[in-house]
Design a protein around this ligand. Structure first.
Ligand code: NDP
Length: 337
């Protein structure tokens, strides 16, 4: 094993030009940690927030500089720190919410690792970690959907969006999705969305009210933020729940409490995935649910594209440019497929 490795780092917050391919020392696993030789790094919107400095105020997702980007990966166990006995060298593993996956190796706390069954490609397992777990906690924990619920899902053809639509349908909910193009509407429909609204061209709130006979939806899953939040809140039924879980169009800095009352005494939450992946049992429970649904063909995963590690800047550009339709992966190990 070489003492150095390739990684994508930033030394300053900013645009995609900050993402540099560098050669840095390979990390060593400490007690309770595992060295993972990465095959795939997942690209997620959180990587954009970390790169551009949106998360400088977050203590949950810290962003010290210089920083190797990437919060999700999969590969094989290369070495064990002391006291690790639940995985062995060579095991196929995946994980999320540990910074530094845009690299050939990463050190991961053993309790955050999930073993990947042989029947699941590592690329699929990667998609099911951060984006899958997000769709899982939103539909099972933040608002446990049941048959009869009506939900509104923004960006329904995106990475999280497609999985969210699929899981909401598995939970028996009626799904109204928003997307920016007819092509994306076809994708959201193929995932099971009952209705699709082109929210760039149409006032989605008016359309939601029309589709629900003026009542509104039980829950809004809003990852778009700045462009949608106000109307999302006004698309809810009385005492519904607005879950703002992202800011793909820009961050929201303040909400007037009276706006919650005026929207029908609605509830509002802005969750972090980390608060729904608190213990090894919680992480593995979500992963087992997702892996089982994939193995039983109840859940499918769309890999949008695979790019080499050195193309991280291009990957961020397509994600921010709304060009992806599903999971975006960086191929770290050229032999990985
Ligand atoms: P996506 O694949 O969903 O890509 C983002 C999508 O957002 C775009 O494809 C686009 O869909 C839509 N969008 C709307 N306005 C804009 C805009 N101005 N610029 C760019 N995109 C826009 O990304 P991910 O699946 O990685 O993440 C989706 C969201 O979920 C992100 O906001 C992310 O931060 C959030 N997230 C939150 C978590 C949490 O626990 N809080 C955990 C994981 C993800 P369209 O063209 O159809 O509008």
């Amino acid at each position: 094993m070489s003492r150095t490795m390739k990684a994508i780092q930033i030394t300053h917050f900013g645009g995609t030009e900050q993402l540099k391919l560098v050669e840095i020392p390979r990390p060593e696993p400490g007690p309770g940690e595992v060295l993972v030789r990465l095959s795939w790094a997942g690209v997620n919107f959180i990587d954009v927030y970390m790169r551009n400095g949106s998360y400088v105020r977050s203590s949950t997702y810290q962003t010290p500089l210089p920083m190797t980007i990437g919060m999700e990966g999969s590969g094989s166990v290369a070495a064990l720190g002391s006291g690790v006995d639940d995985v062995g060298v060579g095991d196929r593993v995946a994980y999320c919410l540990v910074r530094g996956s845009y690299a050939e190796y990463a050190v991961v706390p053993a309790w955050k690792l999930v073993r990947v069954p042989e029947t699941i490609p590592l690329s699929v397992a990667t998609a099911l970690m951060l984006q899958g777990a997000t769709a899982h906690y939103l539909t099972h924990s933040a608002f446990p959907l049941t048959p009869g619920h009506v939900c509104l899902i923004h960006a329904g053809a995106g990475g999280v969006g497609q999985l969210l639509v699929r899981l909401a349908k598995l939970r028996g909910a009626l799904v109204i999705a928003t997307v920016s193009s007819p092509e994306k509407a076809a994708i959201a429909r193929s995932c099971g969305a009952d209705h699709c609204i082109l929210y760039v061209q149409t006032d989605f709130r008016m359309e939601v009210l029309r589709l629900t006979d003026g009542v509104g939806v039980d829950v809004v899953f809003d990852s778009v933020g700045k462009d949608t939040l106000h109307r999302s809140m006004r698309s809810l039924k009385r005492r519904g729940l607005c879950i703002l879980f992202g800011a793909s169009s820009g961050q929201i800095n303040a909400i007037d409490p009276l706006a919650l009352a005026e929207a029908g005494s609605i509830y509002f939450t802005r969750p972090h995935l980390a608060d729904y992946m608190v213990t090894a049992d919680e992480i593995r429970g979500r992963a087992v649910d997702l892996f089982t649904a994939y193995q039983d063909s109840r859940l499918s995963v769309t890999i949008d594209r695979e790019l080499p590690l050195g193309a991280a800047a291009a990957a961020h550009r397509v994600l921010e440019g709304r060009e992806t339709h599903g999971k975006l992966l960086l191929r770290v190990d050229e032999a990985a497929r």
